[in-house]
Design a protein around this ligand. Sequence first.
Ligand code: F6P
Length: 322
Amino acid sequence: MNRLGILTSGGDAPGMNACIRAVVRHALNEGLEVMGIRRGYSGLLAGEVVKLNFRSVANIIQRGGTILETSRCADFLKPEGRRDAAVVLEQNGIDGLVIVGGDGSFRGASALMEETSTMVIGVPATIDNDVYGIDYTIGFDTAVNTAMEAIDKVRDTADAFERIFFVEVMGRDAGFIALQVAVAAGAAEVIVPEQKTDLDQLCRTLSDNFKRGKRSNIVVVAEGNKLGHSLQIAQYVENRLNTSCRACVLGHLQRGGAPTAKDRVLATRLGAAAVEGILKGKHGHMVGQRNGQVVYVPMRETWEKKKELAVHLFESLKVLGK
Ligand code: F6P
């Protein structure tokens, strides 16, 4: 292999830049040339390819977002789109490709590899943490910390008014952010897509909490939950308990900001392992960390298998959130 390409795809995640930096510098160190592809698969189709050197990735380890920019590209889902992409790769002499993104991006990458001769390797980066086979995706820790700090602030006003707050967090159709942040922020309850929530039971629990002298009740709501929007849930509980409820949607602020040390270190390690992996023939895999070790997971498993939530955290919440 002579020329390695790198692109970021799907929702940006804090730590993507740290990963780009690690990939570029490790690849250069191995004597490869590195090409950055702008705007994910959309940029690849449009031929937006730039040569990167050691200094191109200076001063980015601390920045959120992605210097390469990103996109969700419908055309790449089609075989014709991937054929066009292969042409661009060939024209630019790129024989290996590092995809930094989530399972949706790996799906496209895997198809590209099957249909063409491009060697691809994936690095998991999404705030959602919904990627099978590894402990954490790049960006998850930062998003959780951002949401936790926001909830710490919400709690001040919830406490002052003795209100119930429903704080809605991201995660698409997974509850990893919600569960982690609920424990970290000392929430009373959590509502996630993976578990059935009985709203009337929730009302009884919140009412009991008030009776026991708990002044502020924070309920963390995953955006993909099956009951509906946090505003609707807040309204229902307010009517039912005849007490003041508010909803607070944290939204995209969870995607921005400087990555935590944990995300920077994870991104740096995985960036290095991606270069090492692709040189050692681990293409068609995603590199990740499991129980502290670097692992290479077949890309296909990342969308065919489902990562489970840590059930023990629900038990903790039940005991501690009263
Ligand atoms: O996948 C990351 C994520 O932030 C999800 O948590 C969220 O559902 C989605 O992306 C939002 O996407 P968009 O930025 O396109 O609104």
